[in-house]
Write a protein that binds this ligand. Structure first.
Ligand code: TYD
Ligand code: MG
Length: 454
């Protein structure tokens, strides 16, 4: 007979150790390791013992649509059965609305349970009516008490459960004071465990504090499969991003706007990120074709260059990394003969999109040059490409998609890098006009190069 083995399991995060330790090496909590029987721990975590691969049911991994194409993309192709998802965001951003919509529209045949410790059932009903949600089989339970929630889970066996919010969860088993980090972690972990064991998908809502930390639930991030954050920039758009995803990439961004009828998907992002003008665009603006997740978005990059007020010049840019902007300014200074070192630089992206993609470089360079020289770019021009320190325009991924997306929005002059070495030229005409380096870009777009480099 197999000898019973003892392990020490952290009551905060579920981590196990063969020996007792004063501090959990996984989550850093003190005095949380408890003696447990290894088999019981395994069963509790449903990791069980090893299985023959052939005995694993492939249908276990199936996904269902959340009813929102944007959320599906961010989740990695829909809601994964048995997965746990943490959804963080500031109060008022629309988490409850998003998850109520998801609960009502998810394409599951099973039951869906929406647990709220924040609002009463009539309040939720009113909101659902107002945004036109109806679902047979959507059930509400208003409580934050772990034992009561588990009892309802055991009787309803929902295939999707939403917990709104983690901060309202409490259990006598995790100490007397509700709302503490330990309470939130313990309850969240217990519910995520329940969901995993029963093949249910669970969404845990978490309020984040102003400094962006998911207080308490931050500690829960490692125990869930996916962490989503719901945020808003200065514009109207709300961004749903994933910062962790066991079942998909973390590059995707889902876009929504809040209307009187709830959250509405932005399926044509360029309509929001492009500034449409009657006449020509002013100097200091350039349109970039950037690749976000799995689609091309056209955004307007705006630059302002003014004499420095201090001895050191500053770069103000919160949508594009300021060090990237400073590097591009330096490249222009060296290779296109314009001086930025006695100037303050401001860079913005219309619509408030944050861009970390290297393909935005060329448009940033064009916007900076345009701002500095006060010469506007030609109409209906878009750009993409990464800039090297030597001023070369480097190839970036998906160049043809960028050209096509630009043309479909009326930008007929698309400037970009030459194809990567070895790539076949395009036969359906979706090639960019090649600009080999930043000096050439300035010649082509602005008709001249300023003072030759020193
Ligand atoms: P809410 O989902 O309650 O945010 P959170 O759960 O993240 O705190 O909703 C946020 C705001 O959205 C709220 O102030 C009211 C507004 N709202 C609308 O404008 N239209 C709607 O249809 C709904 C449901 C809410
Ligand atoms: Mg809420």
């Amino acid at each position: 007979m197999k000898k019973k083995t003892t392990v020490y399991r952290c009551s905060a995060c579920g981590h196990t150790e063969p020996k007792w330790l004063g501090r959990c090496p996984s989550c850093g909590e003190w005095n949380t390791l408890r003696e447990s029987e290894a088999a019981a721990v395994d069963a509790a975590r449903d990791s069980g013992f090893s299985l023959p691969l052939s005995s694993v049911d492939p249908a276990e991994g199936v996904r269902v649509s959340s009813g929102s194409a944007e959320a599906d993309r961010v989740l990695g192709g829909g809601i994964m059965k048995g997965s746990s998802v943490l959804v963080g965001g500031e109060p008022g951003i629309g988490k409850s609305t998003l998850l109520l919509q998801l609960a009502a529209r998810a394409e599951t045949k099973g039951r869906v349970l929406y647990v709220s410790g924040e609002e009463s059932a009539p309040q939720i009903r009113l909101r659902a009516d107002r945004i036109g949600l109806a679902r047979e089989g959507l059930e509400l339970f208003c409580s934050g008490e772990l034992g009561a929630i588990l009892a309802v889970l055991d009787t309803t066996r929902p295939s999707i459960v939403v917990i709104d919010s983690m901060q309202t969860l409490h259990s006598d088993e995790a100490g007397i004071v509700p709302g503490t980090v330990n309470q939130v972690k313990y309850c969240g972990m217990t519910l995520a465990d329940w969901a995993k064991r029963h093949g249910s998908s669970i969404f845990l809502v978490a309020h984040v504090t102003k400094d962006g930390q998911i207080a308490g639930p931050k500690a829960a991030e490692h125990m869930v499969d996916t962490v989503l954050s719901f945020e808003q920039s200065d514009g109207d758009v709300r961004f749903l991003r994933s910062t962790k995803n066991r079942f998909g990439s973390t590059d995707e961004v889902g876009l929504y706007t809040m209307t009187a009828a709830g959250l509405v998907e932005v399926s044509d992002p360029s309509s929001i990120f492009l500034v449409r003008r009657e006449g020509a665009a002013p100097s200091g603006t350039a349109v970039a074709a950037v690749w976000e997740g799995s689609r091309c978005i056209l955004v307007e990059v705006q630059a302002l260059v003014v004499p420095s007020k201090a001895a050191v010049s500053r770069v103000n840019s919160d949508r594009i990394d300021p060090s990237r902007v400073a590097r591009i300014a330096a490249v222009l200074e060296r290779h296109a003969g314009v001086v930025f070192s006695d100037r303050d630089i401001y860079v913005n992206v219309s619509g408030g999109m944050r861009i970390a993609e290297p393909g935005v470089d060329l448009a940033v360079a064009a916007a900076l040059y345009s701002a500095r020289s006060d010469l506007a770019l030609p109409d209906r021009t878009s750009l993409f490409g990464e800039l090297s320190l030597a001023g070369e325009v480097r190839p970036v991924k998906r160049s043809r998609s960028r050209v096509k997306a630009s043309r479909s929005l009326g930008f007929d002059s698309v400037y970009g890098p030459a194809h990567a070495a070895g790539a076949e030229p395009d036969d359906d005409g979706a090639d960019a006009k090649v600009v080999a380096d930043v000096r050439r870009m300035v010649q082509v777009l602005f008709g001249a190069v300023g003072r030759p480099p020193r």
